[in-house]
Write a protein that binds this ligand. Structure first.
Ligand code: ADP
Ligand code: MG
Length: 730
């Protein structure tokens, strides 16, 4: 029998292990000797640029100012020389459209002059701006068809790098992606704007404590979770190939119950993949540092040392791309989907976020002396107050079809946003909030309290893993971000909410000071009011529990369980004000963004449901019907020799099969009715609702029937690779 599944399993059997190509196993090289060798970093710039150009670029990156065309021309020459020295023949503008992935269009340095001579060229104009055909990227209607052009524009704050694929080497230039009118159509531009806004708002606040602060940068350390499956098995699962997740599949008897995978020893083949991936990452200057097994079988995590937010986001995008390519060298496939398998944990991407100053201070790190304590308290309390106000916008930033499978599924934080800060900080804030008078004595008391804090980083070892937003000693960890997502979405929201919050804080403090209050008293008094006002967002208990859902509802915290619902806020005043006041998105951009997100949701569910139909028709039912006939024949044979009494088991089995087949039939019918409805929906929002509440439940009903059939149909007939086969890497 030439079933795809058995062919795949045979391929797996024949693998010579470990399949590895050119990773540096055994080479006595330190990471430092090749770290960043494919990056046009500071050192390379110094070497390849004239001093004046080098200093101008550095200053422009620092201040966020534009570079002139003359400087761009000089930089382009140096960049090309560097790239050619490293074997590059092409260059590409690398950007992050709203698909969530990265995009690139390659051009060669090679060109012909008007009189037919061959030259290698890279002009400043090509470095600064390109015009890829924008019409195939989601724009939410910002581009009418006749003005389909999109422009990519160089982002000098993220270094250019060399992407090496086999022998081919391409100089990649990080860029933003905008319309002809300059509207953002990507994740990078809003992120850059949010960073600039945060900087403007946070510097005056930081200057309360230190006048030398003149620049504040958000920092991000992401933790990327993923699954690995064998390439042959992946190819034998059309659902994985088409949708990134299994639409069918009965959970194996043994999956993660024994909790024997988390931090377990790493299988050799996976280890080879990880080392290869790390080497490639290091060459690209991605400071990956941590690797381990995750909770589910075949699930892993990779995490870097944190970086300035824009570069950290680029590095995560680059890493996701690298992972897919490196995995294939090892005859593996990486699954970045939030929920590739039912019944075992899905994958997230914790975003560790903080703010750092030009003076080298982490603003969310509590210190030992009174000055730093009040500064810490200021940024800490303001973060909580910001989340309290803008939780719904943060929720919208993590909403997408894949993440709906995780949020609230008792393995990931719920869809309700709340903040966990640990016992020590909770007590401290309670005490401060209780304080009555506003004189200097109270300030001293509060600062005393903070200086007696236990070491929070150590104190947080048994921290609450169920919270979507947790303080972990010197940073906040946003845990509800999906594994496949571009971090720039939620991170732009974090920066913007903090910027808005700090602006308000500065005003409130200044008002008190102008009324004659001392600075420290004024700060403490405002913080005290904020602690009281934002109390509802803090929760220290078990976020997975039903009690929390009830409690959160009482507190007025929203629980948007599905993507269409969670996105609704983007059409409301809260989001409109949020984005326009922070300057992160204009009204037009926000509307377009909302529509792209809704459209992405509908499209994903449409693909999934159609893929499911196809699988059921062409894979599952033929196998089931064949087996059904065999049992029916068996019963008929027994009947013909008057032994039908002995066919009790067969009859029961046949009934079970028939019931499931009927359920599938009914499900498919309802699915088609739902499509019809969706087809006639009068808005994108209405269509999304139909997919969410009519299509999705039918997909689940069909799946339940198929998964039950998987348990009873002869294994030899079953055409789809089973979970127990998929989830074991050999
Ligand atoms: P965990 O215990 O949650 O696995 P770690 O303490 O190892 O995490 O840190 C997780 C991530 O947080 C790492 O990427 C680390 O670099 C990052 N991180 C540490 N400090 C900061 C900071 N100040 N800003 C942003 N990220 C940070
Ligand atoms: Mg973590």
């Amino acid at each position: 029998m030439s079933l795809t599944r058995f062919n795949a399993l045979q391929t797996l059997e024949s693998r010579i292990e470990p399949i590895s190509t050119d990773f540096v196993e055994g080479k006595a090289e330190t990471i430092a000797s090749y770290f960043g060798e494919n990056v046009f970093h500071d050192e390379a710039m110094k070497k390849y640029l004239p001093e004046k150009a080098y200093l101008t670029v550095k200053a422009a990156v620092q201040s966020g100012q534009k570079l002139t065309r003359e400087i761009a021309d000089v930089v382009a020459v140096g960049m090309k020389e560097w790239a050619q020295h490293h074997g590059c023949t092409h260059f590409a503008h690398w950007f992050q459209p709203l698909t969530g992935k990265t995009a690139e269009k390659h051009d060669s340095f090679f060109t012909l002059t008007h009189d037919g001579r061959v030259i290698e060229e890279f002009a400043g104009s090509a470095l600064v701006q390109q015009e890829p055909d924008g019409s195939s990227f989601p724009s939410g209607g910002m581009r009418s068809t006749f003005e389909a052009r999109g422009y990519t524009v160089w982002d000098p704050s993220s270094p250019a790098f060399i992407m090496a694929v086999g022998e081919g080497k391409t100089l990649c230039i990080p860029t933003i992606f905008v319309t002809y009118g300059g509207e953002a159509q990507d994740y990078k531009l809003p992120l850059l704007r949010s960073q600039a806004f945060l900087d403007r708002a946070a510097v005056p606040v930081a200057q309360f404590f230190d006048e030398n602060v003149n620049k504040i940068t958000a920092t991000l350390g992401w933790e990327q979770e993923y699954f690995l499956v064998d390439d042959a098995l992946y190819n034998a699962r059309p659902d994985l190939a088409m949708t990134g997740r299994t639409l069918l599949g009965r959970p194996a008897a043994k999956h993660q119950q024994l909790e024997d995978h988390y931090f377990g020893s790493i299988p050799e083949r996976v280890y080879a993949f990880m080392r290869d991936l790390e080497t490639e990452s290091h060459k690209l200057g991605i400071p990956v540092r941590t690797r381990h097994n995750e909770v589910a079988p075949s699930q892993y995590e990779i995490a870097p040392i944190y970086e300035e937010i824009n570069v950290a986001v680029d590095h995560n995008q680059l890493l996701m791309d690298l992972m897919e390519r490196v995995a294939r060298r090892h005859k593996l496939r990486v699954l970045l989907h939030e929920k590739p398998f039912a019944g075992v944990n899905g994958s997230g991407k914790h975003n560790n976020w903080s703010m750092g100053t030009n003076t080298g201070v982490n603003l969310l790190s509590p210190g030992k002396n009174p000055g730093t304590n009040l500064r810490f308290l200021t940024f800490f309390v303001n973060t909580i107050a910001a989340v309290h106000k803008y939780a719904d916008i943060l929720r919208a930033a993590i909403a997408h079809a894949g993440n709906d499978h995780r949020l609230g599924a008792n393995e990931a934080p719920p869809a309700i946003i709340s903040v966990f800060i640990g016992e020590a900080m909770t007590n401290l804030l309670d005490q401060i909030a209780k304080g009555k008078n506003q004189d200097g004595k109270e300030v001293k008391r509060a600062l005393d309290l903070i200086s007696k804090l236990p070491n929070l980083e150590l104190d947080n070892t048994d921290r609450n893993r169920t919270s979507p937003f947790a303080f972990t000693g010197n940073k906040f960890e946003i845990r509800a971000v999906g594994s496949s997502q571009n971090c720039a979405g939620p991170m732009a929201v974090m920066n913007a909410m903090m910027g808005l919050q700090l602006t308000e804080f500065k005003n409130d403090v200044d008002k008190l000071i102008s009324k004659g209050s001392g600075q420290d008293e004024a700060i403490l008094s405002v913080l005290k009011a904020y602690i009281r006002k934002s109390k509802a967002i803090s929760f220290e208990g078990n976020n997975y529990s039903d009690e929390w859902k009830a409690e959160a509802a009482k507190r007025g915290l929203n629980n948007f369980a599905t993507t269409p619902e969670a996105l609704d806020v983007l059409g409301k005043k809260l989001a409109q004000d949020f984005y326009s006041k922070s300057g992160v998105m204009t009204k037009v951009e926000l509307e377009a963004f909302h529509s792209v997100q809704l459209h992405g949701y509908v499209t994903k569910l449409d693909i999934e449901s159609k893929a499911l139909e196809e699988l059921v028709h062409s894979f599952v039912l033929p196998a089931v019907l064949r087996y059904q006939k065999e049992i029916a024949d068996n019963i008929a044979a027994l009947r013909s020799i008057d032994m039908v009494q002995s066919a009790k088991f067969q009859v029961e089995l046949l009934k079970r099969i028939n019931n499931n087949v009927e359920a599938i039939h009914a499900g498919l019918k309802k699915l088609n009715e739902a499509y019809e409805q969706a087809h006639h929906a009068d808005s994108l929002r209405a269509e999304a609702d139909i997919f969410c509440h009519a299509v999705k439940p039918q997909m689940e009903a069909i799946r339940a029937a198929v998964d039950d059939l998987e348990a009873v149909v002869d294994d030899q007939y079953w055409p789809l690779v089973k979970y127990r086969e998929l989830l074991v890497i050999r």
